[in-house]
Design a protein around this ligand. Sequence first.
Ligand code: G3D
Ligand code: MG
Length: 277
Amino acid sequence: MEILKKNIILLGDGATGKTSLVRRFVTDQFDDKYITTIGSKVTKKDVYLEFGGETMHMIMLLWDVLGQKGYRYTQALSFGGIEGALLVSDLTRVNTLQSLREYWIPSLVSVTGALPMIFLGNKMDLKKDAEFGEAELKGAAHDFDPCELKFQHTLTSAKTGENVELVFKELAEAIMRTTEKAKLDYPQYIIDKSDIQNLKDVTDHIIADFCQQFGGIENASPIVQRHAMEIGLDVENPRKRELVELVNALAGVEENFKPDNVVNMNRTKRLYLVNLF
Ligand code: G3D
Ligand code: MG
């Protein structure tokens, strides 16, 4: 039997239920070794799944990252080698879904590139306190779908255990299904965030990202230059407001030749970089 080792990350705001989901899924967690690193914890779980008529043994290494925003450098390091993500929101707090869109997803994909992601609306047992439901979750899954997973999203409860095992297995299957080709269809410019010290660096990365996805600097740079001039952006001394305008202008260009979800992903990722400062 083929054995595969895959790094999975759970991402989302504090108290959405990431640690509880891992605990629920990994029933023998107390016998398992925890590797504690700065800001994250790794738990191992063996999963067996049918794929292409064969049984596969997948060793899932589950990365449970500190749920606080702002630890971006230590978090960026733990994203290396991540091959799939469970994005956890708390159904009783709609701002946790907004955070996935505006913070956690761009933060992840800017270091990993396209990868399978499943959106979880956790705490489904607290139905009467819910601030959003499956429709909003599906909307987010639709907007961020770099591997064309058909907008995977599931309501879960770490408390009752409902759908918990299912979502980990769904992610394992999604990782198996996601071919190298799918990743190449959605090239992502990978950013080492520890490189970014100021808005000038951000400008550099935004332009490089756009150029790479546009098929090279020769074709792309006249377009970037035209928009930068129209906006009055000084690349040596960029201001935040101008950079936001540039990001929107580049999204306008990309709309002509990329699918909506990719345009949206790029735009969100670039705005996230601008908003680091
Ligand atoms: P985090 O790791 O994302 O920060 P935790 O979140 O797993 O620590 O969970 C935060 C709180 O939410 C915990 O409550 C936990 O018991 C609760 N919780 C997690 N998942 C669920 C769920 O599905 N349903 C309900 N009702 N509660 C859940 P405490 O009170 O211990 O802080
Ligand atoms: Mg936790």
